[in-house]
Design a protein. Structure first.
Ligand code: GLP
Length: 260
């Protein structure tokens, strides 16, 4: 696991955007796995800037989002489709037909989930999966005790997640308690994983995924078993890491070695 600690949220987000941007410019048909939430907003802004400055194009890029609330129409301001349109898709040259979100518009959730998995396979899998981390360790909406081999399916949200995300919903607005999410097994199939942890409120979660035991009770800890993970954090989100100085040193070594 490569741990990159940067002085600010902006620097961490720019770092993440540089990795994604470089990949897109080098690979003809890149497949990106995307996340929603506050952690990814600055990264998407940086990607939009790269597009505007003609550094990158998304014309041949395909995206698969991690998750979506059950029962929210794409036009609902809190739907993840709405988030993606607002924060990225509407500002770049991506073909909307190449943007996939695990939505379900009838009652056949099982088929929708299976179709999502098939679609992923048909596109050759995800090249880079972007992730945030929930304070309870969830990745996507894989809540604590999710099967570490799980595939795309419907999950019941924990009270902790519902409360954390309630800030996005208006008073008295119905907040979904179920979501469709890529499974942990689905996420682990990505060729590379790029996790963003920003802010002091993520410091314990970041320490758990990097230094804690691998456990379904803290789903993000499974990333320790992936061969190609970069965790990008700002110094506040890194503040509970026991080996903080070691990660700073190893990244310096990494930069020195790869820049030769
Ligand atoms: C949400 C999403 C995740 C996201 C995480 C962190 O509930 N389902 O995909 O990464 O929780 O969100 P935030 O970045 O807002 O802290």
């Amino acid at each position: 696991m490569r741990v990159v600690i940067l002085p600010s949220e902006l620097k961490a987000s720019n770092f993440a955007a540089n990795i994604i941007g470089k990949f897109i410019s080098e690979k003809e048909k890149a497949v990106l796995g995307l996340a929603t939430g506050s952690s990814t907003i600055l990264t998407y802004k940086a990607l939009i800037k790269k597009y505007e400055q003609r550094e990158i194009s998304f014309k041949t890029v395909t995206t698969f989002n991690l998750d979506e609330y059950m029962g929210l129409h794409p036009d609902h301001p809190q739907s993840y489709r709405h988030y993606m349109n607002n924060n990225l898709f509407n500002h770049i040259d991506i073909n909307n037909k190449n943007t996939f979100i695990p939505e379900c518009f009838d009652d056949d959730y099982v088929t929708s989930c299976e179709n999502y998995e098939s679609m992923l396979k048909r596109h050759g899998g995800i090249d880079i999966q972007v992730l945030g981390i929930g304070t309870n360790g969830h990745i996507g909406f894989n809540e604590p005790t999710s099967s570490l081999n799980s595939r795309t399916r419907v999950k019941t949200l924990t009270q902790n997640t519902i409360e954390n995300n309630s800030r996005f919903f208006k008073d008295k607005e119905t907040q979904p308690t179920l979501a469709i999410t890529m499974g942990i097994g689905t996420i682990m199939d990505a060729k590379q994983i790029l996790l963003l942890g920003l802010g002091k409120h993520k410091s314990q979660a970041v320490a758990e995924i990097i230094e804690g035991p691998v456990s379904s009770f803290f789903p993000g800890s499974i990333l320790q078993l992936h061969k190609n993970v970069i965790v990008v954090v700002d110094k506040h989100a890194a503040s509970d890491l026991k080996l903080y100085d070691y990660y700073i040193h190893t990244e310096k070594m990494h930069q020195a070695y790869t820049c030769k």
